[in-house]
Design a protein around this ligand. Structure first.
Ligand SMILES: *Cc1c(COP(=O)(O)O)cnc(C)c1O
Length: 230
């Protein structure tokens, strides 16, 4: 498995999805999801030009980031965050995609303020039917966004979702479309200081469909780093 070739192929897929949907390739941010993969794999992806990486666990990221201090990379937290790890998350990460409760948002706000920084965040929206998945319910989104907009150390930049897994990625399309519509509806509300521009959606097997539906950030692991062991 060659990470350089994989990245090349993913970039080509992004470009052709952009062409098909009349978008510019630079509009789509590629976050390489390096969870469970060693620091060495991240270096290989960095060497072929990737600068943005996604991790889903704070502890795992802490160990890797120490090994990778010399890289000029942007780190995205994409997995569920427990509020007792918010402080460490604020030290390590540049973006948090997985804000799924007001309680967590308030915790991140306090920790970011204590560090003298602002944290760009996305609200994770739960669009599937499954009971167990994380994310804010559609009906609660408006109220939560209003409350978050008032938190001084948070920058609410958009929405993130993780649709149910389908063998045929076409089946994920309605979920991606719904997230975009939600973001548009929120944008119309013009919350002070809020720019709902980012749509973080699409993974290895369905990112082309997500791009066609307006994704600004795709989170791609397997197609870059290969299958995960766990
Ligand atoms: C693991 C993960 C990804 C990447 O999944 P792949 O199928 O390996 O591309 C994207 N988003 C989240 C939230 C993840 O946990």
């Amino acid at each position: 498995m060659n990470i350089g070739e994989n990245v090349e192929r993913v970039r080509e897929r992004i470009q052709s999805a952009c062409r098909r949907s009349g978008r510019a390739g630079e509009e789509v941010r590629l976050v390489a999801v390096s969870k469970t993969k060693p620091a060495e794999a991240i270096r290989q992806a960095y060497a072929v030009g990737l600068r943005e990486f996604g991790e889903n666990r704070v502890q795992e990221a802490a160990a890797k980031l120490q090994e990778l201090e010399d890289l000029d990379a942007v780190w995205h937290l994409i997995g569920h965050l427990q509020s007792n790890k918010a402080e460490l998350a604020c030290r390590l990460f540049d973006w948090i995609h997985s804000v799924d409760s007001l309680h967590l948002a308030e915790k991140i706000d306090r920790e970011a303020a204590a560090l003298g920084r602002k944290m760009p965040i996305l609200i994770e929206v739960h669009l599937g039917e499954e009971e167990s998945k994380f994310g804010v319910e559609e009906d609660d989104l408006g109220r939560m966004a209003e409350r978050i907009a008032a938190l001084p150390a948070l920058e609410l930049r958009g929405l993130m979702t993780l649709p149910p897994f389908f063998d045929d990625p076409e089946n994920a399309r309605p979920f991606f479309r719904r997230l975009r519509k939600l973001a548009e509806r929120m944008g119309v509300r013009n919350l002070p200081g809020v720019q709902m521009r980012e749509l973080s959606m699409g993974m290895s097997h369905d990112f082309e469909v997500a791009i066609e539906e307006g994704a600004t950030t795709v989170r791609v692991g397997t197609a870059i780093f290969g299958e995960r062991q766990r």
